[in-house]
Ligand binder design. Structure first.
Ligand code: ATP
Ligand code: MG
Length: 423
């Protein structure tokens, strides 16, 4: 029997993997530019971490975690998200001693046991940033500015940032009372999950994806209307700050997030292509998370982008730039050309080109066929005769022209040839 990958996991093959690498390189550049430095965290954490931070009654903790006992019977979980681990590491490594606020970024695989559908995997990747130690609206604005800048650099023009005000934890009982009062007459019409949420975590009812539940909640009073003045002022200042930077955001009065630790500012990025059910990014403020986990009172805000979904809807301009990267094939002919062929390959790489060499001993004809199959724009042919003269033949496959070039000039010659083509 053939062994197949675990359901919900994916093999990211080349050249698709190039898109991932370039997206990540851009994330390092942009978020790094705003001062966010990478924190590399374990994939495996104590189960308790997520129960206490994400929340017992959330979908993630109640039904989506990969939890198991290790050989000593300790309960471990494959991380379903990144923020909890960042908060744990912040406390455990005394990062509060460093200059505040602290800007951290992370990327890597997350695991959730979910029903499989488009854009929903059991192992998926997130790219996230967290700003810890700043409670001001400017902090929220900066985080959203970094997000917006990253998405704009990728070439997105149609993504929408939606935002809501969840208020403070103290506002919540009042809001939930009101929500239940308004929904009570329709309670039996809610889905089974929402029946359970009614007592366990009623805020989650607003997050339900069942159409009937969505209809029922549309008429309810938005949470932003019952929050404290401080929370209201905070989020209005965030919106004003974003407007000053010309970052378009839309209020989504019934947006809540699937994790319990958020308060005040919460937001998502929606793509018209994927629809409202498959969001690209989610984030928000979490001023109580670090203290709830036993640390000091350290406010925080951050987001996580779903990399799988992001790559799926990447703008054509970015895809083309990455996928059309020119390849040069190096074709040594005869045993004596093998080592000079690899040496040339190395020199072309040093010039910044992608230049694999033929290593299976193909003839000229078969070698040219191979070159065109791998999408090469040019081939450098190293025949024994050219080599004795210190030369090589460079064939431009796009134009079908060729020229004999001195070996040590081949890198700069090709660089010029391919650059000219790309502009
Ligand atoms: P959703 O509403 O789609 O279930 P979520 O609210 O559970 O998302 P978050 O926990 O906020 O998502 O995670 C942040 C981002 O990670 C999401 O916006 C999404 O892009 C991505 N993500 C979450 N779960 C998955 C998954 N199962 N497969 C792929 N990407 C995911
Ligand atoms: Mg989810």
């Amino acid at each position: 029997m053939l062994i197949r990958k675990v359901k919900g996991t994916r093999d990211i093959l080349p050249p698709e993997s190039r898109l991932w690498a370039e997206v990540e390189a851009l994330a390092y550049r942009i978020f790094g530019g705003f001062g966010y430095e990478e924190i590399r965290l374990p994939v495996l954490e104590p189960t308790e971490l997520f129960v206490r931070s994400v929340g017992e009654d959330t979908d993630i903790v109640s039904k989506e975690m990969y939890t198991f006992a290790d050989r000593k019977g300790r309960s471990l979980t494959l991380r379903p998200e990144g923020t909890a681990g960042v908060a744990r590491a912040f406390i455990e490594n005394g990062l509060g001693q460093r200059p505040q606020p602290l800007r951290l970024s992370y990327l890597g695989p997350m695991f959730r046991y979910e029903k499989m559908q488009r854009g929903r995997y059991r192992q998926f990747a997130q790219i996230g940033i967290e700003l810890l130690g700043a409670a001001t609206p400017q902090a929220d604005v900066e985080v959203l500015l970094a997000l917006h800048t990253f998405l704009a650099e990728l070439g997105f023009e149609d993504l929408v940032i939606v935002l809501n005000n969840l208020g403070d934890p103290e506002d919540r009982p009042r809001f939930i009372d009101g929500l239940k009062r308004e929904l009570a007459p329709h309670r039996e019409q809610l889905c089974g999950d929402c029946q359970r949420r009614w007592d366990a975590n009623p805020l989650r009812i607003l997050d339900c994806k069942v159409p009937r539940c969505r209809e029922l909640v549309t008429g309810t009073t938005p949470v932003a209307e019952v929050v404290s003045d401080e929370a209201r002022t905070h989020v209005e200042a965030v919106e004003a700050g974003l407007a000053a930077l010309k970052i378009p955001v839309r209020r989504a009065p019934r947006l809540v997030r699937g994790l319990d630790y958020y308060l005040r500012t919460v937001f998502e990025v929606v793509s018209p292509e994927l629809g409202e059910d498959i969001v690209i990014c989610g984030g928000g403020r979490y001023d109580r998370l670090v203290s709830d986990l036993g640390g000091a009172q350290v406010p925080g805000i951050g987001f996580a982008i779903g990399e799988d979904r992001l790559v799926e809807v990447l703008p054509e301009i970015f895809r083309r730039r990455v996928l059309d990267r020119p390849v040069v094939a190096v074709l040594p002919l005869g045993a004596g050309a093998a080592a000079p062929g690899l040496a040339l390959s190395r020199d072309l790489v040093a010039e910044g080109l992608t230049a694999p060499a033929e290593v299976t001993g193909r003839s000229l004809k078969a070698g040219l066929k191979w070159a065109s199959k791998i999408g090469a724009r040019a081939v450098v042919i190293l025949g024994e005769r050219e080599l004795t003269e210190g030369k090589a033949i460079v064939r431009d496959l796009d134009r079908g022209e060729q020229e004999t070039v001195a070996l040590d000039e081949v890198p700069s010659y090709l660089s010029r040839l391919l650059n000219r083509r790309n502009t």
